[in-house]
Design a protein around this ligand. Structure first.
Ligand code: ZN
Length: 216
C-alpha cells in the first residue's frame, strides 16, 4: 500500500481547490458536492494517487470569485406616510434629511402605557423594506387609521391624544388627515349627500400621501 500523501501535497491540493474549484466560481465542484466531498477525497489520496489530481487541477485556470450581487431596493416606490405592515404592526415611512427612505414603528401598547403623546415611534431603518414587511401595497387606509384612533384614543400618524370631538369621531386629527389623504370634516356629509348621485367615493388613495409628511 502506498504511503499517505505528504503534508505538502495536501496543502497544495487545498490551495488549488480554493483557487480553482471554490464556492462562488463557475466550476464549483466543491460547492456542488459539498465541503465533505473535498475532505473525503483528500482522505482517500496517497502519495501516488495525489500526483495526477494535482496535475489535473493545475490545468484549471484560476478563477476570480464572483461576489454576491447586491440588488438595491427601489425605495422611492414606497409611498411615504403610514403603513400597516405585513406583520400587523404600524409603521411610518418618511425621508431623512439626507433623503433616505426609512421607517419607524409605532408601538401603541407603549404609547398607551406611558401616556406619552409623542416619541413612541421606534426607528427601524430600512429593515422592514428588505424583509417585505412594508411594500408599495401596505399603505394604511383611512378606514384603518380611523379604526386605530377609535381603539387607542390617539392619532396613529402623530400619536397625539384625540380630544377634539371631530378628531375623536374621525379617529385622527385634521393635519394628519390632510398629510395622508384621509377624509376629514364635512367630506363625510358631502359624501352622504352625494351618495345618490353615484359620486366616486372619496377614499384615501395609496399614492395620495404627500411628500411633506416628514418623519417626526
Ligand atoms: Zn395626528
Amino acid at each position: 500500500m502506498a504511503k499517505p500523501m505528504s503534508d505538502k501535497q495536501e496543502a497544495f491540493l487545498r490551495k488549488l481547490a480554493s483557487e480553482r474549484l471554490a464556492p462562488g466560481t463557475d466550476r464549483s465542484i466543491v460547492e456542488a458536492n459539498g465541503a465533505e466531498w473535498l475532505e473525503r477525497m483528500l482522505g482517500q489520496l496517497n502519495i501516488v494517487s495525489a500526483s495526477p489530481i494535482i496535475d489535473a487541477w493545475l490545468k484549471l485556470p484560476k478563477v476570480v470569485k464572483t461576489k454576491p450581487v447586491h440588488v438595491p431596493l427601489d425605495l422611492d416606490d414606497i409611498p411615504l406616510g403610514m403603513h400597516v405592515g405585513m406583520d400587523g404592526e404600524f409603521y411610518k415611512v418618511g425621508k431623512t434629511r439626507k433623503g433616505h427612505v426609512v421607517a419607524k414603528r409605532l408601538d401603541p401598547r407603549l404609547v398607551a402605557s406611558t401616556g406619552n403623546k409623542r416619541g413612541a415611534f421606534l426607528y427601524v431603518g430600512q429593515t422592514p423594506f428588505r424583509s417585505k414587511i412594508i411594500t408599495v401595497d401596505t399603505v394604511m387606509t383611512a378606514a384603518q387609521a380611523a379604526q386605530f384612533g377609535g381603539t387607542w384614543g390617539f392619532c396613529v400618524n402623530c400619536a397625539a391624544q384625540l380630544d377634539d370631538p371631530r378628531s375623536v369621531a374621525a379617529g385622527y386629527g385634521p393635519v394628519c388627515a390632510r398629510n395622508n389623504g384621509w377624509p376629514w370634516g364635512n367630506q363625510k356629509t358631502t359624501r352622504r349627500k352625494a351618495a345618490g348621485d353615484q359620486v366616486t367615493r372619496r377614499t384615501a388613495a395609496p399614492n395620495a400621501v404627500i411628500i411633506s409628511n416628514v418623519m417626526q
